[in-house]
Write a protein that binds this ligand. Structure first.
Ligand code: SAM
Length: 294
């Protein structure tokens, strides 16, 4: 993911809904926005410009992932499929869904070029087209905060997991990333602090940005991504997870190592405050319930 924090010199964005007029975006809008983003997102992320994803967030996610070799998994909000393919390379049998047809098309084309046995499908995370208890595990890399009705998406993920199965997901950190994150730097460009604001607004708004790593000449004339965001506080997220019947077993807040920050200065802000939150939660099995309640 791109950081919203590299905007110290930018004015407030014009597309953010004014607080008093905030209107929840419905599913149709979300599909339209992501479909419009999908072509450039695929091109630029595959060219290596999604540096937060590739140097920090996905490596940390995979380091936290339990072994999935031989397991049946579902990747929710798979985008163009780069992360999905990492799951398949670890030996999992993967289904993957996304709401944007262009992402699914690009993911399928890559699957045809270099088959890993992934089954891609156009579908909505809040109405998964799979029977109950279909999967051993589910993942959602940076997708859940981008959809309305996150409680429904989490309940759906829980429904399709077998008892004892787990959901692991990453989101923009609810405390430090949205609705407002600004990186405060000294004159030499070193990160001093992260400014956050409006944390307690459970808000829906349209964010607008593009991968900062894209060279200026390639950026010229390219429309920024326009991303519907549905912000909730950390306690609301925990409530959603618990109400889905899942038991939280691990939290992680990836931080760039000194070596990664030196090599990729863009991600150095994560050494001051995290940009991402990763969560693993498990659907209780009968034996887990016995252990918990006796
Ligand atoms: C930030 S991208 C992440 C893509 C991919 N997981 C990655 O890590 O590169 C968020 C993805 O969520 C998808 N998405 C948004 N709302 C969705 C929904 N209701 N159901 C399924 N996918 C959705 C978008 O189309 C987009 O591909």
């Amino acid at each position: 993911m791109e950081v919203r924090g590299l905007r110290t010199t930018q004015k407030p964005k014009p597309h953010r809904y004014p607080r008093s007029k905030a209107k929840p975006m419905d599913l149709t809008n979300v599909v339209e926005y992501w479909e419009a983003n999908a072509e450039n997102w695929t091109r630029f992320s595959r060219a290596g410009y999604d540096v937060y994803r590739d140097t920090l967030n996905t490596p940390a996610f995979l380091a936290m992932l339990p072994p999935v070799d031989g397991l049946a998994g579902l990747d929710i909000g798979c985008g163009e499929g780069t992360n999905t393919r990492q799951l398949a390379r670890r030996g999992a049998r993967i289904h993957a869904i996304d709401i944007a047809p262009t992402f699914i098309r690009h993911a399928q084309t890559e699957e045809e070029r270099d088959p890993l046995g992934i089954m891609y499908q156009l579908a909505d995370a809040t109405a998964l087209p799979f029977p109950d208890t279909s999967f051993d595990f589910a993942t959602a890399f940076m997708s859940l905060m981008d959809m309305p009705d996150q409680d429904r998406a989490l309940a759906e993920a829980a429904r399709v997991l077998r008892p004892g199965g787990f959901l692991q997901f990453s989101i923009l950190h609810p405390c430090f990333a949205q609705p407002h994150r600004r990186v405060v730097r000294d004159a030499a460009g070193h990160t001093l602090a992260i400014e956050v604001a409006r944390y307690f607004e459970n808000s829906a708004f349209l964010d607008e940005w593009i991968f900062s790593a894209i060279p200026a000449e390639q950026r010229a004339g390219v429309e920024p991504f326009r991303i519907p965001v549905f912000h909730h506080t950390l306690s609301v997220w925990v409530d959603f997870i618990c109400r889905a019947g899942l038991v939280i077993e691990q939290f992680a807040e990836p931080q760039a190592s000194p070596e990664v920050a030196a090599a990729v200065p863009l991600v150095a802000d994560t050494r001051v405050a995290p940009l991402f939150l990763q969560v693993r939660a498990r659907k209780p099995s009968a034996s887990h319930l016995v252990r918990t309640f006796t």
